[in-house]
Design a protein around this ligand. Structure first.
Ligand code: SAJ
Length: 434
C-alpha cells in the first residue's frame, strides 16, 4: 500500500473519527493538534466528542499503537488537514487555521507525499494551500498552472458526515475528491479507499469546494422555507406541522421541519462563503441565512407574549440546549441563544432541561437560569418551551403537560398530537389541559 503512515491535522469532529478509521484499517496514524489537552485525551484512548461507536474504535486504535497524537508534525506519506474554517464578524471566511496548518506541516513534507484539505473552504483555498506550501518549501515542486508532474500531490476532499452518525457515514457515504491535477485526484482516492466504501468521484478542487458549500446551502435554504412557513402559519392560525404532512403527500414536495433555528458548525456557516464570494448574486442563499438566524428571536417574542399574561414572573422551563435532537453537541445552538436572551431579559425564573450536559455553558451563567432534571422542570414550571425534540421529551405522556402553557418550536407537544385536543398553530400558546 502506498500509504502506511498518515498525519491528520486537527482532532475535531472530522479529524479524530477519520484518524481512527485509518488506524483501525491498518494505517499508522499521527493525530496532530495544537491543543495539549486534546492530544492527552486522545493518547489516553478517549474521545472528547461523545460520538457513538467512536470511543470503542479509538481505544482499539490507541491500544494497538496504530494511532498516537502529538502537537508536533511528523513525517508521513499523506497529510490530511481538518481544521476549523469559521467566519469573521462580517461573515467573511476565516481560513487562517488552514494557512497555519499548511505552514506547520511544510517542513516535514517529502517528495511523493499527498496533502489533502478536508476543511469546508471557500473556492480557491486548495490552490492557495499549494501556494503556501510552495512558499515554505522552494525545494519541492507543487501543482500549479504548468506543473503537472509535482513532487507533492494536492487534493480537496470534503466530508459529508452527520454528527451522531459520523463513523457509519464516514465509511458508507460517497465522497467527492478534487485533485489539483488528475493524478492528485487518483492518489487521494487510493488513500480514502482504505476505509471508504461509498463511491468516490474525482473532479477538480474548485468543483469539490463548491459542491461542499452547495450541499449545505441547499439544506439551509430548505430549512429556511420550513421556518418561514412556521412564522406565516403562526400568524394565520394554521398548524404548520399538519400543513407539512398534507403538502408532503404530493410526490414532488418535501418540506423540512421548522425549529428553533439552525445551529451546528456547518449549515449556519458554509452558505456565507458563497455569499462572501458572490454578494450580488447569492440573494436566496443570503436570505435563507437571515430567515434561519431570525427564528430564535421569533421564539423569544412568543415566550415574552406568554409571560405578559402572568401577573407575576412565571417559572419557564426550556427543553433542550443542543443544536439538534439526540446529540450533546452545543455548537452554535439556537436553543442556547434563546435561553440566553430570555435570561438576559429577566422574564422569569428559567429552568433548563438538557440531560446531555452536567453544567450549563458559560453564556448561560445568569442569575435566573438553572439546569434541572426533567421531573423537576415539569413539577415547577408554569410555561414549557420545547426547543429541541430529544427522545425523552417526545416520549412524555400528555398528562405530564396538563395545566401548563406550552410554546413548542418542534411540534411534538402541540395539541394536535394528542387525542381530545384541538389542533393549533406551531408554537401557539395554549393550555394543555384536557
Ligand atoms: N434542522 C431543522 N430542520 C430540519 C433539519 C435540520 O431545523 O428539517 C436544523 C437542526 O436542528 C440543526 C441544523 O438544522 O440545528 C443542522 O442540522 P442538520 O442535521 O441538517 O445538519 P448538520 O449541521 O448536523 O450536518 C450537516 C449535514 N449536511 C447536509 O445534510 C447537507 C452533514 O451531512 C454535513 O457533513 C455537515 O453539515 C457538515 O459537516 O458540513
Amino acid at each position: 500500500m502506498r500509504y502506511s503512515r498518515v498525519l491528520i491535522v486537527g482532532l475535531g469532529y472530522i479529524g479524530l473519527p477519520t484518524a481512527t478509521m485509518f488506524a483501525v484499517s491498518g494505517v499508522e496514524v499521527i493525530g496532530n493538534d495544537i491543543l495539549e489537552s486534546i492530544v492527552a485525551t486522545v493518547n489516553s484512548g478517549r474521545s472528547h466528542l461523545g460520538e457513538p461507536t467512536l470511543d470503542r474504535l479509538l481505544a482499539q486504535a490507541v491500544n494497538t499503537h496504530m494511532l498516537h497524537a502529538s502537537t508536533e508534525p511528523e513525517p508521513a506519506d499523506a497529510f490530511i488537514i481538518a481544521v476549523p474554517t469559521p467566519f469573521k464578524a462580517d461573515h467573511q471566511p476565516d481560513i487562517s487555521y488552514v494557512e497555519s496548518a499548511a505552514r506547520r506541516i511544510a517542513p516535514v513534507l517529502a517528495k511523493g507525499n499527498l496533502v489533502v484539505l478536508e476543511s469546508t473552504s471557500p473556492i480557491g483555498t486548495t490552490e492557495l494551500m499549494a501556494k503556501w506550501l510552495a512558499e515554505e518549501r522552494p525545494d519541492l515542486k507543487f501543482p500549479s498552472p504548468g506543473v503537472n508532474d509535482p513532487d507533492v500531490y494536492i487534493a480537496y476532499c470534503p466530508e459529508r458526515v452527520l454528527p451522531g452518525r459520523i463513523i457509519k457515514e464516514l465509511v458508507g457515504n460517497a465522497r467527492t475528491i478534487g485533485g489539483l491535477t488528475p493524478e492528485c485526484g487518483r492518489r487521494a482516492i487510493e488513500l480514502y479507499k482504505v476505509f471508504v466504501r461509498g463511491d468516490c468521484t474525482v473532479t477538480t478542487a474548485r468543483m469539490a469546494e463548491m459542491a461542499k458549500l452547495v450541499e449545505n446551502s441547499f439544506r439551509d435554504v430548505n430549512i429556511a422555507f420550513a421556518n418561514e412557513l412556521s412564522v406565516i402559519c403562526d400568524k394565520l392560525g394554521i398548524d404548520v406541522w399538519e400543513l407539512r404532512e398534507i403538502a408532503n403527500q404530493h410526490p414532488r414536495v418535501n418540506i423540512l421541519e421548522p425549529g428553533a433555528g439552525v445551529g451546528g458548525h456547518c449549515i449556519a456557516v458554509d452558505p456565507w462563503f458563497i455569499v462572501a464570494a458572490m454578494p450580488e448574486e447569492a440573494r436566496l442563499i443570503r436570505t435563507a441565512r437571515e430567515v434561519n438566524d431570525a427564528k430564535p428571536y421569533f421564539i423569544v417574542d412568543k415566550v415574552k407574549r406568554v409571560v405578559a399574561g402572568f401577573d407575576h414572573k412565571p417559572v419557564i422551563a426550556c427543553f433542550g440546549l443542543s443544536y439538534k435532537p439526540n446529540v450533546r453537541d452545543l455548537r452554535e445552538s439556537p436553543a442556547i441563544k434563546i435561553v440566553h436572551m430570555l435570561g438576559k431579559e429577566s422574564v422569569g425564573t428559567i429552568l433548563v432541561v438538557e440531560d446531555h450536559v452536567c453544567k450549563l455553558p458559560d453564556s448561560l451563567n445568569l442569575p435566573d437560569v438553572r439546569l434541572v432534571s426533567l421531573p423537576e422542570a415539569l413539577a415547577k414550571a408554569d410555561v414549557l418551551v420545547l426547543l429541541v425534540d430529544h427522545a425523552p421529551f417526545k416520549a412524555l405522556e400528555q398528562s405530564s403537560l396538563a395545566g401548563k402553557i406550552i410554546v413548542d418550536a418542534r411540534g411534538i407537544w402541540r395539541s394536535g398530537r394528542f387525542r381530545n385536543y384541538s389542533r393549533a398553530a406551531e408554537g401557539e400558546i395554549q393550555t394543555a389541559a384536557a
